[in-house]
Design a binder for this molecule. Structure first.
Ligand SMILES: Cc1ncc(C[n+]2csc(CCOP(=O)(O)OP(=O)(O)O)c2C)c(N)n1
Ligand code: SF4
Length: 288
């Protein structure tokens, strides 16, 4: 059986000391091991950003894509090879700005991909501009007078879009984060896991201490039921989205690949790809 050490490689992350993304990397490695995976059974696909480097720091298949496009690639990998556990990853800018179109459609499509967003409420790699997760009034190089837009509540959005696994966690809570990622991996459908992952270099407002003071853990709310969508929405609204834990799960909805014609049982890699000559000639004749 693999341990988290098997998911380590010899590439040294070049994240700033203290960056929240270190814990996300460790949590993915631990969750993969406790879910019984081995490196050749997992693919980590990422977008562009500091967070996007994560695919290079984990010993598994990996694909460092382009900005906002981790999800199209990850969904393609899953459709091609059903035996792989596919993790998509990136920052809040990657997933909720340029990549938002993919995010919302992957949620409603319910394809079996675990999407981990490292949400630092800022663009880190490009040295600190506001993101759709930045709070109103947040001052950055792109909004020196303070942002005049309000932050997107991504968990409410995911619930509205029909998300079947909607969860949130915090980089400094490695135990909860690992457990949430493991549950996401085991969920048969799309899992959105938003991780509060502080950028210690450019975001001096949403710091580790700020999150510790403002987060409510769902495990501390008596009677919280993650199968109750209305309760999930009410709780998010009451706490302004600042909750961690499994917010909502629906195990009944079939995944996309269970429904799509031609892919129900096996992925593309297991399909016969050769084409008989008469079929080929027939197709070509349509263009002649
Ligand atoms: C098409 C395209 N547009 C813009 C960029 C520039 N760019 C690189 S990373 C990034 C945003 C990074 O922020 P985020 O996704 O939140 O990740 P973080 O660096 O904070 O982890 C931007 C705008 C790019 N690489 N490609
Ligand atoms: S700039 Fe911010 S997000 Fe990027 S590595 Fe440094 S601390 Fe992490």
């Amino acid at each position: 059986m693999a341990t988290f050490k098997d998911f380590r490689n010899n590439v040294k992350p070049n994240w700033c000391p203290g960056c929240g993304d270190f814990s996300v990397q460790a949590a993915i490695q631990r969750a993969a091991a406790s879910a019984g995976l081995t490196p050749e059974k997992m693919a980590v696909v990422s977008g562009i950003g500091c967070s996007g480097r994560i695919s290079g720091y984990i010993n598994s298949y990996g694909f460092h894509g382009i900005h906002g496009r981790s999800l199209p690639i990850a969904q393609g990998v899953k459709m091609a090879n059903r035996e792989l556990t596919v993790i998509a990853s990136g920052g809040d800018g990657d997933g909720f700005a340029i990549g938002m179109g993919h995010t919302i459609h992957a949620i409603r499509r319910n394809i079996d991909v675990t999407y981990i967003v490292m949400d630092n409420q800022i663009y880190g790699l490009t040295k600190g501009q506001t993101s759709p997760r930045s709070d109103m009034g947040f001052k950055t190089k792109s909004t020196p007078g303070g942002s005049i837009e309000s932050a997107l509540n991504v968990m409410e959005m995911a619930l509205s879009a029909g998300g079947t696994f909607v969860a949130q966690s915090f980089s400094s809570d490695l135990k909860e984060l690992t457990s949430i990622i493991e549950q996401g991996i085991e969920h048969k459908g799309f899992s959105l896991i938003n991780v509060f992952s502080p950028c210690v270099t450019f975001n001096k407002v949403n710091t580790y201490d700020w999150f510790k003071e403002n987060i409510t853990k769902l495990s501390s709310i008596e009677g919280y039921d993650p199968t109750d969508r209305a309760m999930a929405m009410n709780t998010l609204m009451k706490h302004n989205g600042l909750v961690t834990g499994l917010i909502y799960q629906n195990k009944e909805k079939p995944s996309y690949e269970q429904l799509v014609e031609g892919f129900k049982d096996e992925g593309l890699v297991k399909q016969p790809l050769e084409m008989k000559k008469d079929k080929f000639d027939q197709l070509v004749s349509e263009f002649m």
